[in-house]
Design a protein around this ligand. Structure first.
Ligand SMILES: C[S@@+](CC[C@H](N)C(=O)[O-])C[C@H]1O[C@@H](n2cnc3c(N)ncnc32)[C@H](O)[C@@H]1O
Length: 255
């Protein structure tokens, strides 16, 4: 399967519906989940909102929104939210959740065995203020406008050209607005040609880490205002999980 097709499969759709909307017993049925590893999209959205002064909470963008939970959570603090993802399968799921507030899917158990479940947009969220469209984070349209909050959660190490995406950020985030980038720094040649990796490689024999590359690229237009470790747990099936600790960095667009 090509990496552009990776997020189109039914298996990945179920994995992300569970990751975004599943409860503790569904995500980790046989043991307590590692502390603080659930509700990753909601924690990302809270970090965005808490980091952003009130006047800049009008319009938010969730770039690489997958099945939309962080976009919905951003709407608790922002007037209007746009979620963009490259995967047509994921954007269709976002639109079904917007229309119906719920989406039936099957939880992977083992092999061909699965159980029925339902992803639900949490209560108290106005679905009307959240919009979704399909798009390429490396080639966003010129007329997309500006945002007081831009969230890029675990996106940069899945892009073919992360530098192109980052170069667009100064014209995307309003002066005084907030940019939140989280990444587990899982650089893989299948998603990002090695020469485009922002970090995780040796340059002239010296290690280049993702955090250093982010500073190099963002410091001219953004002030770094915070850095956090954010664990998250993704269930592959009932007895197999990915436990990761993303690096979350928070940036203020210089005035
Ligand atoms: C690792 S997932 C993270 C999803 C979500 N932000 C989260 O934290 O759960 C990466 C997401 O980026 C999306 N994606 C990959 N390449 C993209 C691109 N060029 N433009 C927009 N989205 C992209 C994938 O479809 C997938 O939803």
């Amino acid at each position: 399967m090509s990496t552009t097709q990776y997020y189109e499969s039914g298996a990945l759709l179920a994995q992300y519906l569970l990751f975004h909307y599943g409860d503790s017993g569904e995500v980790s049925p046989h043991a307590p989940p590692p502390p603080g590893s659930l509700e990753f999209p909601a924690r990302c959205a809270s970090l965005c909102i808490e980091s952003t002064p009130e006047p800049h909470r009008g319009r938010a963008l969730d770039l690489g929104c997958a099945v939309g939970r962080a976009a919905y959570e951003l709407s608790r603090g922002c007037g209007e939210v746009l979620g963009i993802d490259y995967s047509a399968t994921f954007v269709d799921a976002c639109l079904a959740l917007k229309r119906d507030g719920r989406l039936r899917y099957r939880l992977p158990v083992e092999g061909d065995i699965s159980l029925p479940s339902i992803a639900r947009v949490p209560a108290g969220i106005s679905r009307d203020s959240v919009h979704f469209s399909r798009g390429d984070a490396c080639a966003l349209p010129d007329d997309i406008g500006t945002f007081g909050i831009v969230l890029m959660a675990n996106l940069i190490d899945r892009l073919s050209d992360p530098a192109a995406c980052i170069a667009r950020l100064p014209s995307l985030v309003r002066p005084g607005g907030t940019l939140v980038i989280t990444t587990p720094a899982t650089w893989m040649p299948g998603f990002t040609p090695r020469e485009n990796w922002l970090g995780g490689r040796l340059v002239d024999g010296r290690p280049l880490r993702t955090i250093d590359a982010l500073h190099e690229k963002l410091d001219p237009d953004f002030q770094a205002i915070g850095s956090h470790d954010m664990p998250f747990l993704i269930r592959e099936h009932a007895r197999k999980f990915q436990w990761s600790v993303a690096l979350a960095t928070v940036w203020r667009r210089r005035e």
